[in-house]
Design a protein around this ligand. Structure first.
Ligand SMILES: Nc1ncnc2c1ncn2[C@@H]1O[C@H](COP(=O)(O)OP(=O)(O)OP(=O)(O)O)[C@@H](O)[C@H]1O
Ligand SMILES: [Mg+2]
Length: 242
């Protein structure tokens, strides 16, 4: 089985040797838990250390904001996009025009027969064009919010996961969720794997954590480990159990 290194120190160890090639993995967590940082790091280190092409689909932040997230950690996203190794796709469902009018980005939905199909096609087209080994969708939750009922979301998710799994890449899909035990996020059930990021406050200090909740086709560690977001990126402390 081929593996794709995560680019996050300590994470490959608990994944049982990196992500399984062809898998679609949900990265969930609350606001500010480090989801975008982990996914940017996965894309950037893949390019820098392995020459992997990457596609980063942004549905919430503008491409410039996404670039700033990379730049803040000293990751040269400008070079990577210039030489065509990383592509940022702007798939924000709502557009604020310069004249101040806010409209729905019809190009992403109009005439769609199956939910998510236009977003999925644009993502898959870019993945093939770039021969990308790494894909990030930031975030799936924003796409899902464009649909009114759960049936549409399930149908869209199934199609997206099926399409991405057929490509020779690892896809990380961001989901806004605290991962409560009482309600299992639907995305966890439909994807190959799920990683939960969290933080708690202890004596006025923030303790960040990471857990690999599920990963099909591989043995992995389910322990909740300490995690840190530093200037250089995310480090998982496999010697600290939270
Ligand atoms: N250069 C840095 N050094 C240390 N910590 C940082 C740095 N940059 C960001 N952080 C921390 O990371 C957090 C944000 O991480 P990130 O944007 O990855 O979270 P997120 O889960 O994607 O959030 P959101 O739900 O808002 O999209 C910040 O709130 C901050 O605490
Ligand atoms: Mg984010």
């Amino acid at each position: 089985m081929e593996r794709t290194p995560s680019g996050v120190e300590g994470l490959d160890e608990i994944l049982g040797g990196g992500f399984v090639r062809g898998s679609c993995v949900v990265v969930s967590g609350g606001p500010g838990s480090g989801k975008s940082t982990l996914c940017s790091q996965f894309i950037y280190r893949g390019y820098k250390e392995h020459g992997d092409g990457g596609v980063y689909v942004t549905c919430t932040e503008s491409p410039e904001e996404v670039k700033n997230n990379f730049r803040d950690h000293g990751w040269d996203i400008d070079e990577a996009t210039r030489i065509g190794k990383i592509a940022l796709l702007d798939m924000r469902p709502v557009i604020a025009t310069e004249s101040g009018i806010i409209t729905r980005n019809e190009a992403l939905f109009k005439g769609e027969k199956i939910p998510f199909s236009i977003v999925a096609k644009a993502t898959l087209d870019a993945t093939r064009r770039m021969k990308a080994r790494r894909v990030v969708i930031d975030s799936l939750t924003t796409i899902e919010m464009q649909y009114k009922d759960d049936f549409e979301v399930r149908q869209g998710l199934l199609g997206l996961v099926q399409g991405l799994s057929a490509e020779d890449c690892v896809s990380l899909m961001i989901v806004e969720s605290l991962g409560s035990r009482n309600s299992i996020p639907i995305e966890w059930a439909l994807s190959h794997g799920a990683i939960q990021l969290n933080y708690v406050s202890e004596n006025s200090e923030v303790v960040r954590s990471i857990q690999v909740v599920k990963m099909r086709r591989t043995a992995h560690d389910q322990t909740i480990y300490g995690m840190e977001i530093a200037k250089e990126g995310i480090v998982v402390h496999t010697d600290v159990r939270v």
